[in-house]
Each structure stands twice: as C-alpha cells, then as structure tokens.
Design a protein around this ligand. Structure first.
Ligand code: PBG
Length: 341
C-alpha cells in the first residue's frame, strides 16, 4: 500500500498534551483516581421470612436468599464485621396474612418489626433501614389501599405514618418510605415527632420510577403472584427528569433527611441532578433487575461479573452518590477487603 496521507504529527495535533502519561503505571493511576468506593458506601438489602433455619433461593436473583430471622441475623453479623454500615429489611409475608388494606403493617409483631428487633438485639451497632410500604402486606401487591381500581392517596399515607411509628419503636434507625404517595414525608415526620421520635431520620425514596427493573424483587417478596396491574399512577414516568427534581424538592421541603433514586444505573442522570440541586445525602438503589442482569450474563461467561459489579458501584459514586443499596454489598465488601489487603 502506498501512503496517501502524511505521517500525523501528534504533538502538533495535541499541543503536546498527552493524557496517557498518567495512565502508564498502577501507582500513578491510583494517585490521580478521582472517585473511590469504600465499604461505608454499601447498604445491604436483606429478605426475611418466618420460620427457623430457612434459606430459600430466589430463582431470578442467584446468590440472594430469603432468610429466616436466625439466619438473617447471622448474615447481618457478617455484614457488620465487613464494615457495612447499614442493612435494609424486606419481608416476604405469609400469604395468609395479606389482605386488601395490608392491615398486618399495623401489627407491632409483624415480620418486618420482628426482624428489626432481632437484628438490633444481636448487632446493635449496624443501622437498620425499614421500607415503610404496603406492598408485601396487601393481597393485590400495591403500595397503597386499593378501592374501585384506584390507589387511595390520603388513606394510604395515614396508614404508613402509623406504621412508621411502629417500625421506629421496633428499633428501625431510618424510615424509608417507598410508596410515592403525595404528602407522605411530611405526614411521617409529623407522626414520628408526635411520638417523641424526633431523632429518627427519613430516607425518602424520592424519585422512584415506574420501572420494569423491579421484577426479581417481586419474586423475592411474593408480589409477583399478587400484583394486579401496574404502578404507573403513583411511581414517576421513566421519561421525566424535571418532575423527578420537583418531587425531590417537595420531599426536602416536607422534611426528608436523605434522598434515594431508584432504579440506579439507568438513572445516573437523576442522581447527578439531585446531588447538584440539593447538596443532600443521595443514595441509589441498584435494584433487583440490575443485579439479575449482571448475574445472568456472568453465569453465561459473557461478562466478568466481579469486575462489572465493582464498575457499576463506582459509577454511582462518580455520579455523586453517598451510598448504594445493593444486593452485591457483601460480595463487594469482600472484594474491597481483598484489594485493600
Ligand atoms: C415497593 C418496592 C419495590 C422495591 C422495593 N420496594 C418496587 C416494587 O415492587 O414495585 C424494588 C426493589 C428491587 O427491585 O430491588 N415498595
């Protein structure tokens, strides 16, 4: 082949600026690294069931199990030993205890409250975050009270505010409402303060999108069998970003202490915007479908699951997250321990 173009003069083209200088050696890459993932960034969501010594696999979430409280406590002990600051508890409630209004959420001795008590008794120094939502307790799988095909807003908020008091009384360190009803943050704040629980912070699932990424979670808590219809009348349309900012602003005004974006990776733009607008602690929920996709591709040998896990978690930090709820938490903490010696 005869040359048809002149040999490029790269120094003339770049003005002598060469980014690769700092990428040559590991020590140098490490020295200029802008973002770091630490174990303190990880929050572990744990699924609990009744019974003793029970460990049920979740088909769409390989490596994740529903655990009876004795086993859950042991795993939380392991999480604490690894340096994970907090866990988020999600119950798979016995189908016989689910009803149209989700009434079991108002029982002091329901599964989520017993789980909180068991964890706080055994591992008092780990934070327990509870999702105050009706879906694991309702016979129709919705996060609200359903009447004539409509999710009732104000009635649902009233129940959730009451449930929040019970959860905090059981020892929950952070109340995290995930239902997306209007006015819930202010109502929960009022309820907690009225019960003398002024110190209990609220982590608002401020921007929760009507997403298909929640599928495997619904298998985990059993709402795959119960859910009728979809949640588009109360979760945010995945197309909307200004609306997400206004929703978060409202939650901040009503008293949210921390904000969450959910799902995670497909919504990094929202994370970046919220961090910029509010300068508040912002968390991402790397949800079940995100976890399942990484696991499934890794099982087929199509991707390096371990490296992709760490890369996705780092992406959340780069976008501005203060922490990540992730089913990878234990595995990632173990990997960080290996890396840091
Ligand atoms: C509902 C709730 C959802 C998740 C946690 N709480 C969504 C839903 O079922 O609609 C999803 C978590 C995940 O997918 O990992 N209150």
């Amino acid at each position: 082949m005869t040359r048809t173009h002149p040999k490029p003069d790269i120094d003339a083209i770049t003005g002598g600026r060469r980014f690769r200088r700092l990428r040559r050696a590991e020590w140098s890459r490490r020295m200029v690294r802008e973002t770091h993932l630490t174990t303190s960034d990880l929050i572990w969501p744990v699924f609990v069931i009744d019974g003793v010594n029970r460990k049920e696999p979740i088909a769409s979430m390989p490596g994740v199990f529903r655990l009876s409280l004795d086993l859950a406590v042991a795993e939380v002990e392991r999480a604490a030993a690894l340096g994970i600051p907090a866990v988020a508890v999600f119950p798979n409630v016995d189908m016989a205890l689910r009803d149209a209004t989700g009434s079991a959420i108002l029982r002091d001795d329901n599964l989520i409250n017993r789980a909180t008590r068991a964890i706080k008794a055994a591992v008092p120094h780990i934070g327990v975050i509870t999702d105050v939502a009706l879906d694991p307790f309702t016979s129709h799988g919705h996060d609200g009270i359903l009447k004539d095909g409509i999710i009732l807003n104000d009635e649902t908020v009233d129940v959730i505010a009451h449930a929040a008091i019970l959860q905090a009384a059981a020892g929950a360190d952070v109340i995290a409402p995930s239902d997306m009803m209007d006015g819930r943050i202010g109502a929960i704040r009022q309820a907690l303060d009225g019960a003398g629980m002024n110190d209990v912070p609220i982590l608002s699932y401020a921007t929760k999108f009507a997403s298909a990424f929640y599928g495997p979670y619904r298998e985990a808590v059993g709402t795959d069998k119960t859910l009728k219809g979809d949640k588009k009348t109360y979760y945010i349309d995945p197309a909307n970003t200004d609306e997400a900012v206004r929703e978060a602003a409202q939650d901040v005004a009503e008293g949210a202490d921390m904000l969450m974006v959910k799902p995670g990776l497909p919504y990094l733009d929202i994370i970046q915007r919220l961090k910029g607008e509010f300068q508040m602690p912002v968390f991402a929920y790397q949800v079940s479908g995100e976890y399942a996709m990484v696991r499934a591709a890794a099982e087929r040998g199509w991707i390096d699951g371990g490296r992709i896990m760490m890369e996705t978690l780092l992406a959340f930090k780069r976008a501005g997250c203060d922490g990540i709820l992730t089913y990878f938490a234990l595995e990632a903490a173990e990997e960080l321990k290996r890396q840091n010696g």
